[in-house]
Design a protein around this ligand. Structure first.
Ligand SMILES: [Zn+2]
Ligand SMILES: [Zn+2]
Length: 398
């Protein structure tokens, strides 16, 4: 269906400069690429002894039931409610779903962010891969009709099918979990002290340009930009799946392994996403003229990541072999406080991995795999533990 001005207003993105957050339909959304999203899914679903798929499906159901409810209006008739559900999915960049036969228990999808990510990075799959879409459709059915259903994918493009096909099972099941959170902790209002800048890099111009780019799904519901597919993922989804994964692994005594895996996925993500960005026409046009040396490239990359909603983070010390970063309002730390309260240990696996990945990209040589692991990062303090900011230290590995 066409996007009229009413729907466009409901789904318009608001950028909050003070916190570097992007907000769509009442949810902070974080821009990540298809490599990261598919890898994160493989990590969580591939872990033995836990129900990783259940974590992904349940988080998507809960979060999108909530986001869709905020996008709907009391006078929307049922046809319009289904249209909003299709449109939100496409708008955020997850692909294109057809809900026109949902009453008969059939949903199809002919393009998919997750299938693209899976095929690009992980190869053909023996299993159907669209757990995320199963959860999204469950959330949509709940938001539109109030019914809790199960959705199961029966054919998947990742296994060579022409389109993904889902069946809706209306049998007994537990109610949909509400997206219950504590109110957010207060966001910092004043600029921080001790942030390093490059005299050549106009960080605000970069942020304004990236925020001004229309990062919404095309007709197929995909966002091809910077040589990757991007998507606007609600922060609550990332937080729910990562917290759920680490807690499930803790039950097996493997929570440290779980965090290491999440850091590793982000380390790859940092290199893949920013390598794509550095080879894009957008970089050549706007950023390359500001970049005189590798340190400038690093400052530009951090500015871009702030425009993508990653962390309100800033360089506090930097040499070619080391980097220190401070993040005051990263979504992992703030989300942990909202969902779980104070943490006993730092929680920001994504920022930790990306911090290493960025140094590997800027100062390393060779392929992504050759660069991987040549820098190590650790989070020394975290907002989730009650500190005023998250602090990351990156060192070259000897
Ligand atoms: Zn599929
Ligand atoms: Zn943190």
């Amino acid at each position: 269906m066409a996007i009229d001005s009413d729907l466009a207003a409901r789904l318009a993105m608001q950028y909050e400069p003070a916190t570097y957050r992007r907000r769509i339909a009442g949810h902070d959304v974080i821009i990540h690429c298809h490599h990261y999203n598919a890898r994160l899914q493989r990590t969580i679903e591939g872990a033995r002894g836990i129900d990783g798929k259940g974590i992904i499906v349940g988080a998507a159901e809960t979060v999108f039931a909530d986001q869709l409810a905020r996008a709907l209006r009391p006078d929307d008739d049922e046809a319009r409610r289904w249209a909003v559900a299709e449109l939100l999915y496409r708008h955020l960049g997850f692909g294109r779903i057809d809900l026109s036969q949902v009453g008969a228990g059939i949903v199809t999808a002919d393009s998919s962010h997750f299938v693209e990510g899976w095929l690009a990075g992980l190869g053909e799959s023996a299993d159907n891969v669209c757990s995320f879409t199963e959860g999204y459709v469950q959330g949509a059915v709940y938001a539109v009709t109030g019914a809790a259903v199960r959705v199961r994918e029966v054919e998947c493009m990742a296994r060579g099918a022409e389109r993904c096909r889902f069946e809706v099972d209306r049998g007994e099941r537990p109610p949909v979990t509400p997206n219950r959170k504590e109110p957010p902790i207060p966001a910092p209002r004043e600029p921080g002290a001790g942030w390093l800048r490059s005299p050549h890099v106009d960080e605000q111009a970069i942020i304004d340009a990236v925020v001004g780019m229309p990062m919404v799904g095309d007709d197929a519901g995909l966002i091809p930009a910077f040589s990757v597919y991007l998507a606007n993922m609600p922060a609550d989804f990332y937080n729910r799946i990562c917290i759920g994964f680490v807690e499930a692994m803790r039950g097996l005594g493997r929570d440290k392994t779980a965090i290491r895996l999440l850091v590793s996925d982000a380390e790859h993500c940092g290199m893949n996403t920013f390598r794509g960005i550095m080879h894009s026409p957008e970089w050549d046009g706007l950023i390359a003229p500001m970049v005189r040396d590798r340190a400038d490239a690093l400052h530009a990359i951090i500015a871009i990541s702030n425009a993508l909603g990653w962390g309100d983070w800033h360089v506090t010390a930097h040499t070619p072999r080391s980097l220190a970063l401070e993040s005051r309002y990263g979504y992992e730390a703030v989300g942990y406080r909202e969902f779980r309260g104070l943490a006993a240990a730092p929680q920001c696996a994504m920022l930790t991995g990306v911090a290493a990945g960025v140094m590997e990209l800027v100062y390393g040589e060779g392929t992504v795999e050759e660069r991987y692991g040549t820098f190590s990062a650790r989070e020394e303090r975290c907002v989730s533990c009650g500190e005023a900011s998250c602090n990351f230290a990156v060192e070259q590995v000897e």
